[in-house]
Structures are given as C-alpha cells and as structure tokens.
Ligand binder design. Structure first.
Ligand code: ZN
Length: 416
C-alpha cells in the first residue's frame, strides 16, 4: 500500500502556487520571464534536501534531477516525469492566495476577493466528485496555478516517497521541470542528453484517471497573392488588386464547417490567423490542424483549390501556396512503443481509478518531446477550469496522481 497523504501534497502545492511564475509570449529571452527561476531554484534546493544529490537548475530555468535506480535488474530504461513551472499569461499569477476548503459540502463557493467569481456544480460538475473532500481555489483575483504546479507538487511528492522508501524497487527516475510551456517554448532549451531518459510522462492533465496519448498534427500554410499594379488614375481594365483577391479567398471559405468555431472531437480545421499586404501583393496565413498527416494533406489540397479557383477569376493575378510543418501527433511515435501507454494505464488502475483516454485538440510539450527522442504521453493531476480565476483542484486527485507515478516506476521495474 503506497501512503501519500492528500494533506501533504496540498501543503506543498499551496507553497508553490504563491510564487509568481507567469510566462510572457512577447519576450524573446529564455526563460521568457526571470521570475520563473524563483520556483526552479526552490525546487532544486528541496530536491537536494531530499538527498537527490545531482539536482541542478540552469540559466534557462530548467531543473534536472535523478533518483538513481535500486533494482538488481540492469535493463530498466530511465523514465522521466515532467511538469512546467510557468503559469498562463491569460490571467494574473501575482500574489496568488490559495484557499483550502477542507470539507467541501457541494454548495456554491464564492471567492472572497471578488464575489462575482462563484464556483458551482452546475458549471463545474466535476466538483460533485469532491463532496466531503478537500479542494483548493484561488481567492478571486488571480488564477490558481494548478496548471501546472499540481504536476510539480505530485512529482516532488513521489520523489520524496522513493527517497524515504528505499525498499521499493525502481530503475533510474529522471525529474524534469520546464519553463515557458504556456508560451510554446517548454522544450526550446532543454538538454535531452543531460536528461538521459528513454521515455517520459508529463503530469499536466485534468480529471483523475485521464491519460492523453494523442495531440493534433499541425502545419502553417501561407497563400501569397500577386496582383497587377498600375497608376490608379490610368488603371482601367489593367489593375488587379491583391487585397481584394485576399478578401475574396477568405469569403470563399466554408461558413458552417472546417473552422475552429464549427468543429470538435476528432475533426480537423483550417483557420486564417493573419492577413498582410498592399494592393500589389497580399499574404494570408493559416493554421491547419488534424489528427492524421493524411488529413492535413487533404486540408491543404482543399484550401489550395479554393484559393486557386478565386485567383483564376482575376486575370493576371497569381498565387503561391507554402506549407510549414509545426508539430506532429504524439500518437504516431507512441504507437511504436506501446508499453509506454500500457504501463500508464496499468498504474492508473493500480491507483484505484478508471482510465479516461483523451485526445488533445492542440499540442503539448509531450508532442515535442515525443519527436525529439522521448515518447511522452500526458497524465492527469486533477486540475480544473485552468487559465481562469475559477481554477480549482481536489487534493485527493493530486495524491492519486503521485501514487500513479510511484506505481508506474514499480511497473517499469517489474517488467524490466
Ligand atoms: Zn499545463
């Protein structure tokens, strides 16, 4: 029986959320905000304090540490557990005041610093799973930062468990904390060689039991339209305005399908994100999303055809269509190493939970890790209503996540 107390994880979590670690999408430095290092340094000190002697943090704000294997088996791969220290730029993360609601009774929770912020079971039905248990909210002025300090806290608690229970057998366990995940830079400066892990898991998911092994595959597409430019005073029957053609292309896109605002679940889409230009030349930028590369290809062909048909109606105008790969569905890599997801499923079940398999309509650090040598699905921590003032988390979910980590390491050892 693995003993991990929800109260202890909660205490740890509440300490971490009070440190402001908001990242900044407009910054060009690494990390994007210096203050993220405040938490990284603290985590490094705490890991050293547990007796994890190789814990280090670098100038970019990453934390690396190893819990060395204690098993006689020699072929157990090194497994990484990863969480991000930063919080989302969408909502303030300054002076977060976490509130522990020790015995949640199912009634509305009015946040004390802004009475318009009310958590209800109607809007957040998952609250019902936590009646008579403890949960944590912010105070109404900031986000809570459960995304992803709950991941940080559960990994730290699991690390402490291994250091205090040397009889529990495991291979090398790598701890990794990253900056700037929320601004898409979480893997920008990571040193995969220094990390030295074969497989990984991010702790950055929602409901207890959820396991995400699939993300979008993503491309950018740029349509460049060239018109015909002539002095406007003498342009009759000669001038062709690229801006008007760009407008016509946008207008020719379907109105009731094939867009972020009209799709869900496993449907892909194209989405115009920027229009630039002058009357001579205009560019349209799109993001293109699907769960398969074949699906992406179909979207490109359809978009290109729509644009070509529009441009063909303007004599003398020409266009170019360029594709830029952005990221790929982690499932294509994970399917080559089925044990990574299978062991996570087994660990979640051993922790007493039912598995909820989910697909992410976006990318994660895990999708990037999967393509730079570390296949890496995502595991729950319990976080809810992320990136908002109504963010909350149940303490029993965090304890279950920490137990899932411990079980996972034991399973890798058993099968090794
Ligand atoms: Zn996150």
């Amino acid at each position: 029986m693995i003993q991990i107390s929800p109260d202890k994880v909660a205490e740890r979590f509440m300490r971490y959320v009070q440190i402001d670690t908001q990242s900044d999408p407009t910054s060009e430095t690494h990390p994007t905000t210096e203050k993220q290092k405040d938490l990284s340094k603290m985590l490094c000190r705490e890991l050293l304090g547990m007796g994890i002697t190789d814990a280090t943090t670098d100038e970019f704000g990453y934390v690396y540490a190893t819990i060395f294997g204690n098993s006689d088996k020699k072929n157990i791969p090194a497994i990484c557990f990863c969480a991000h220290v930063d919080t989302a730029p969408d909502c303030s993360g300054t002076s977060v005041k976490p509130i522990l609601h020790r015995y949640y009774d199912g009634t509305d929770i009015v946040l004390p610093d802004d009475a318009t912020q009310v958590l209800t079971t109607k809007d957040s039905p998952y609250l019902k799973e936590h009646i008579n248990h403890a949960l944590i909210t912010a105070s109404g002025l900031t986000l809570l930062g459960a995304d992803d300090k709950s991941g940080v806290a559960t990994i730290m608690e699991a690390a402490l468990y291994f250091m205090q229970n040397p009889a529990v057998k495991h291979g090398d366990i790598k701890v990794l904390f990253t900056p700037d995940e929320e601004v898409g830079q979480g893997t920008a400066k990571v040193d995969m060689k220094k990390l030295g892990a074969k497989f990984g898991y991010t702790l950055d998911g929602g409901d207890a039991g959820s396991l995400e092994d699939e993300t979008f595959s993503a491309d950018g597409a740029t349509i460049t339209i060239s018109g015909v430019i002539v002095h406007p005073g003498y342009a009759k029957d000669k001038l062709v305005n690229a801006l008007k053609i760009a407008g016509a292309v946008l207008d020719a896109l379907p109105k009731t399908e094939w867009s972020p605002e009209t799709t869900s679940a496993r449907e892909g889409f194209v989405h115009p994100v920027a229009v630039n230009g002058i009357s001579e030349k205009a560019t349209l930028q799109f993001i293109v999303r699907d769960f398969t590369v074949a699906g992406l290809q179909k979207h490109h062909e359809r978009l290109k055809k729509i644009a070509e048909d529009v441009v063909a109606g303007f004599s003398g105008a020409t266009m170019e269509y360029a594709i830029k790969e952005q990221y790929r569905n982690m499932k294509e890599i994970l399917d080559l190493h089925p044990q990574v997801v299978a062991y996570a499923e087994e660990a979640i079940q051993r922790a007493g939970l039912t598995i909820k398999k989910e697909s992410i309509r976006g990318g994660t650090d895990g999708s990037r890790f999967s393509y730079i040598g570390m296949p890496c699905p995502n595991i729950f921590t319990g976080m809810q209503n992320i990136h908002s003032k109504l963010e909350w988390i149940g303490t029993k979910d965090m304890a279950k996540a920490a137990k899932t980590i411990v079980h996972l390491c034991m399973i890798w050892e058993e099968k090794g």
